[in-house]
Design a protein around this ligand. Structure first.
Ligand code: 0O2
Length: 244
């Protein structure tokens, strides 16, 4: 009996580990994509749109709680299909326009399937919560199989993130029963966040236009890649000018 219990526990542990690993691989893959987009974006726009990226795997305890809450079957295939935020990535951007640009760049990747896009920026939650939520699906190639894995990507500005972190703390401090006065104040803070984001966006737009009109680098015969300067070979230039 004891030996059988051991065998069963071992099997369960192996299955659960394989299950969780597939989400870890999905995180690795999407994090690499985000890093490439960040570098490319930096090169094109000459500034870094991503302030920080945080990824997390939902704990098995928290998965089981959600299974309970949603009333779904407690089996791995059912969890795989119904709990779509086991792998989660939160990207914090500088400006609202960066959020949409980054989201489009991700959505246009060939191996990514967009399952759902919830725009809580255009349609904030009643408490004032703002963020862009994407549920994506990505194939993960393993030694003996390919798994299509769901991953949730939340994209928001620094200001939206500041608000959401505080709201989250308050929500749990008051055990989900936030006093009316605080709800009102949080709502007011959410409006201030939106105003700040709009102001920052318009200042950034103006700075960008100023920079573009003063661009002197476009006539230089150098390339800047990974902070290193490279000369464009003379023959390369004459070849291309001949073709033009
Ligand atoms: P954690 O620990 O962040 O993962 P779902 O329960 O996901 O099936 P729902 O509510 O439609 O259904 O999902 P939605 O709206 O996409 O929100 C999921 C996640 O967004 C939450 O995850 C939070 O991270 C964040 N979020 C949504 N609404 C709020 C809010 O009002 N305030 C804050 N601070 N965050 C919010 P979890 O699962 O709650 O937790």
């Amino acid at each position: 009996m004891e030996i059988n219990d051991d065998i069963d526990l071992k099997q369960i542990k192996t299955e659960l580990t394989r299950f969780m690993m597939s989400y870890k691989f999905a995180l690795d893959e999407v994090n690499t994509k985000i890093d490439i987009l960040k570098q490319e974006f930096h090169h094109i726009h000459d500034y870094n749109p991503i302030e920080h990226v945080k990824s997390r795997l939902k704990t098995p305890e928290s998965i089981v709680k959600k299974v309970d809450r949603k009333g779904i079957e407690l089996s791995l295939p059912s969890i795989r299909e119904n709990i779509r935020d086991i792998a989660g990535i939160r990207i914090t951007c500088s400006f609202i326009s960066d959020i949409y640009e980054l989201s489009n760049m991700l959505q246009n990747q060939k191996d990514i399937t967009v399952i759902e896009c919830k725009d809580y920026i255009k349609n904030p939650k009643p408490n004032g919560y703002k963020s862009l939520h994407l549920i994506l699906q990505i194939p993960i190639f393993m030694s003996d199989r390919v798994e299509d894995i769901y991953i949730e990507v939340q994209i928001r500005t620094i200001a939206m993130d500041f608000w959401a972190s505080l709201e989250h703390k308050i929500y749990y401090k008051y055990n989900k029963n936030i006093p009316k006065r605080l709800i009102k104040e949080l709502n007011e803070a959410a409006s201030s966040v939106s105003q700040l984001d709009e102001k920052m966006e318009s200042i950034n737009k103006e700075v960008k236009q100023f920079k573009e009109s003063n661009e002197s680098d476009s006539n230089s015969r150098e390339l800047l890649i990974n902070n290193e300067r490279f000369n464009i070979p003379h023959d390369f230039l004459t070849h291309y000018f001949k073709l033009a």
